[in-house]
Ligand binder design. Structure first.
Ligand code: AMP
Length: 486
């Protein structure tokens, strides 16, 4: 087993609509920003599952004919982004099985922190895994008997998972939504034409004219079936709330509403707060599009400095363009964003982006601005310095590659060749969102991980798996040598 790839994703589900697959397609389309590597939809007509998955963007994976062939009134879908090493179609979700409990499909957003432990336990009891994604563990747990001979494996399976999960589970006749007790990742419930819909973000509801009903609560298992809704709290004991603050900073779409707060408005307020905390005399505020747009607007509104969209984004940059030769030196920097040079020439510019991770993007932007003749470049970042990796599903590199974990503010400023550099404070970020600090996961900023994770234990398990594996023949020879072949 290789190290579990981290992945963030979008999930969407429908119960009770004759065009369930089509609605799911549009839902996934709206959630494309949460994953561009693979997409998949499973439908059920009450008896049989139809599955289609593939690598690429949602419209690359599905065409009209394919969608029409997916018949049923229940569906779940998934868009996936992953780190290297797991980019294969067999890792695309939803994952499906046909087991003693019937057919089950799973779509997962988040990252399980006890994946290696659970997988080792399941494999030593005979489970055979088909993928390298942690989400498959959920299927195996669901397929097993419950504790003490009980048939109820659902609650038991969910209670064994640790870390971040917003899950959609589909049987032939039911749709089940479950969220981890800390509520790391979003998951919302809506209605359209009398049908139920569940999605990672509310922007998916807007596209299909669905009404937002409510959040799936942390720890809730919501079963949607013919007779109506059945809601259970799988974790009645108190668990710390830990909504991922980075969903507000960068990840969610600005037109989504997370826990009652519109994302764009939260980002504008982060920009305003940033201007209050770190003002600077300048002629122009410009965002790094699209991630810095809302915060830059807030900075401009608060400071009274004019706002300009000086970087122009090319929206058609796919993942797989031809890698250019030396002919175009800085192709990767220029292909996505181009600068309208005359806007910044001779000006003192504040450039606002949502975050600095490795520092590569920001350095390139400052360089472009200086080359175009900007007199001063002041970098403002609308979240605090990223100091720690995420183990709950956001793809940040390990500490050694996180800029702020290894360098002082002035060293980073120097590296970026900026005239000044400032980050929004942790308190300022939380205040801008407008929710209590203790309801957030802030681990990537302060190292306070709400669910413990021990990477050395994972390493140990991988090593054990590598060194203690006995092939069929090896095991036979060993038994033979010890005289216990039959
Ligand atoms: P870097 O060049 O590593 O400093 O990248 C920072 C830029 O990437 C910022 O402009 C963010 O908008 C964006 N970003 C931040 N976090 C992520 C992430 N987990 N995956 C992809 N892009 C990200």
């Amino acid at each position: 087993m290789q190290a579990y790839p981290k992945h963030y994703c979008g999930v969407f589900g429908v119960f009770g609509h004759p065009k369930a697959a089509e609605l799911t397609y549009y839902g996934l389309f709206a959630l494309q920003h949460r994953g561009q590597e693979s997409a998949g939809i499973v439908v059920s007509d009450g008896n049989r599952f139809d599955v289609h998955k593939g690598m690429g963007l949602v419209p690359q994976v599905f065409d009209a004919q394919r969608l029409q062939s997916l018949k049923g009134h229940l569906a779940i879908g998934h868009t996936r982004y992953s780190t290297t090493g797991s980019s294969q179609v067999h890792n695309a979700q939803p994952l499906t099985v046909d087991c003693a409990r019937g057919k089950i499909a799973v779509a997962h957003n988040g990252n399980l922190t006890n994946a290696a432990v659970l997988r080792e336990e399941l494999e030593s009891a005979g489970s055979i895994f088909q993928t390298t994604v942690d989400s498959e563990i959920v299927l195996h747990l669901l397929a097993q008997p419950g504790p003490n001979g009980s048939a109820n494996s659902l609650v038991h399976a969910i209670r064994r998972l640790e870390g971040a999960y917003s899950l959609l589970i589909m049987t032939e006749r039911e749709l089940i939504a479950a969220r981890d007790p800390h509520g790391f990742r979003p998951l919302v419930l809506g209605r359209v034409d009398g049908a139920w819909v569940v999605a990672s973000e509310t922007c998916a509801f807007d596209l299909i004219h669905a009404h937002y009903e409510r959040e799936i609560q942390p720890g809730e298992i919501l079963i949607i079936r013919e007779g109506g809704l059945l809601s259970l709290q799988a974790f009645p004991e108190h668990r710390r709330r830990a909504f991922c603050v980075f969903e507000y900073v960068y990840f969610a779409r600005p037109d989504s509403v997370l826990e009652g707060r519109n994302v764009h408005l939260a980002r504008v307020e982060m920009g305003r707060q940033l201007a209050r905390e770190h003002p600077v005399a300048a002629d122009l505020v410009i965002p790094v599009p699209d991630s810095g747009n809302s915060a830059a607007l807030g900075y401009a509104l608060e400071s009274g400095i004019p706002f300009e969209m000086a970087f122009v984004r090319n929206h058609y940059v796919g993942r797989s363009f031809l890698q250019p030769s030396q002919l175009i030196r800085d192709f990767n920097v220029r292909v996505k964003l181009n600068l309208i040079g005359e806007l910044v020439r001779g000006k003192r510019v504040v450039v606002v982006d949502d975050s600095i991770v490795r520092g590569t993007t920001c350095k390139a932007r400052v360089n472009t601005l200086k080359e175009a003749g900007a007199k001063e470049v002041h970098v403002r970042v609308s979240c605090p310095p990223h100091m720690f990796p995420c183990v709950y599903g956001i793809d940040f590199p390990d500490r050694s590659k996180l800029m702020a974990a290894n360098h002082s503010l002035d060293e980073i400023r120097h590296y970026l060749k900026a005239d000044s550099l400032q980050y929004l404070s942790l308190e300022g970020m939380v205040k801008a969102i407008g929710r209590a600090r203790d309801t957030f996961c802030l681990a990537c900023y302060n190292g306070d991980y709400p669910v413990p994770y021990d990477p050395s234990l994972d390493k140990e398990i991988m090593e054990r798996r590598r060194t203690q594996r006995h092939s069929l023949v090896e095991a036979l020879l060993q038994d033979q040598a010890q005289g216990r072949l039959l």
